[in-house]
Design a protein around this ligand. Structure first.
Ligand SMILES: [Zn+2]
Length: 318
């Protein structure tokens, strides 16, 4: 039985897939799909999942994921977000990389929107660090976050109040100058319907920033099924630049700009080395990450993660 939970728009979520049946790509509808590889949830449950790839647009989907990402599949590590007391070597490196990454995100949003004090919606706001920094700079920030613990953490740590995801339904149309999804889209059961809602609350000249892992990256090729950014079953969708551009186009968006997220490759390489059971995973991961980082200086489409900046189509382009 092939059961697709369809949404009113273009992307479906594979709930129960019988591999004997042909699988259509939920994004481009191509029947040219193949079983790509199996990957294991090394981080939490130890379960294995198959990945199916569309040979037309490049989208990869996690097959038969659980219908709910509950405690069995997620491990909250808010300690990693605590900004004031990193102790272990890896935490210290992570802390400084995160600090620089947030500064670069701020610069990207402000330079692409050309604004210093606009209205921002941060969907999947996690610890609230980016949101609170934007708020400090004078932006009016709405942060939506699924996990209660993270909402409380943001309030306690940054005095930044975040709301539950369901609040998106009560936001008036054409409200925001910028919408950010930092490593959030790949977790969505219904990314298509989410993108439609986000487009409706974006102002006509507003921008959407989407950061996701890149399946065409040097590190994805090198680590194969032990690439930490497969992160099954939490990551349901796996994009490359081609499939992300098509995803945006399907929702009336035009890709303006994309670039690598420079430090994700270090974090992902260290985790991947741990999954491979390397002897010196931190040192080896940082060394490999540095090599991949060097190579992507000239090949931004091969970065570990990529941030895409979309604008809405104008009425003349529609
Ligand atoms: Zn496709």
């Amino acid at each position: 039985m092939l059961k697709l939970l369809t949404t009113p728009i273009s992307i479906y979520y594979f709930c129960v897939v019988d591999l004997e049946s042909p699988i259509s790509c939920p994004l481009c509808d191509s029947k040219d799909t193949t079983l790509f590889m199996d990957s294991t949830d090394y981080a939490v449950s130890g379960e294995s999942y198959s990945l199916v790839r569309c040979n037309n647009c490049g989208l990869i989907a996690t097959l038969n994921p659980p219908t709910e990402i509950n405690d069995k599949y997620s491990k909250l590590n808010l300690e990693l977000y605590r900004v004031d007391k990193p102790r272990r070597f890896f935490d210290i490196v992570y802390y400084y990389m995160r600090y620089i990454t947030v500064r670069r995100k701020i610069r990207l949003v402000e330079s692409k929107t050309g604004m210093r004090r606009g209205k921002l919606l941060n969907y999947g706001a996690k610890s609230g660090f980016f949101s609170s920094r934007m708020s400090d700079r004078g932006w009016t920030v709405t942060s939506l976050e699924q996990h209660y613990e993270k909402r409380m953490f943001s309030l306690e740590m940054f005095h930044h109040r975040m709301m539950d995801l369901t609040e998106l339904d009560s936001i008036p149309k054409n409200s925001y100058d910028a919408i950010t999804l930092w490593h959030t889209l790949e977790h969505q059961f219904f990314p298509g319907s989410l993108m439609d809602k986000l487009c409706s609350v974006l102002k006509p000249n507003g921008l959407i920033f989407v950061a996701v892992p890149n399946t065409d990256s040097f590190d994805a090729t090198f680590y194969g099924n032990k690439w930490a950014a497969w992160d099954v079953p939490r990551h349901l969708w796996h994009f490359n630049p081609g499939s992300m551009m098509m995803f945006g186009k399907t929702h009336g968006l035009v890709l303006m700009y994309h670039r690598r997220m420079p430090f994700d490759v270090f974090f992902i390489s260290v985790l991947s080395e741990k999954f491979r059971k390397s002897r010196w995973p931190t040192m080896k991961g940082l060394a490999c990450g540095f090599l991949f980082w060097l190579k992507t200086n000239t090949r931004r489409d091969r970065g570990s993660s990529i941030v895409y900046v979309f604008r809405k189509k104008t009425e003349y382009e529609a």
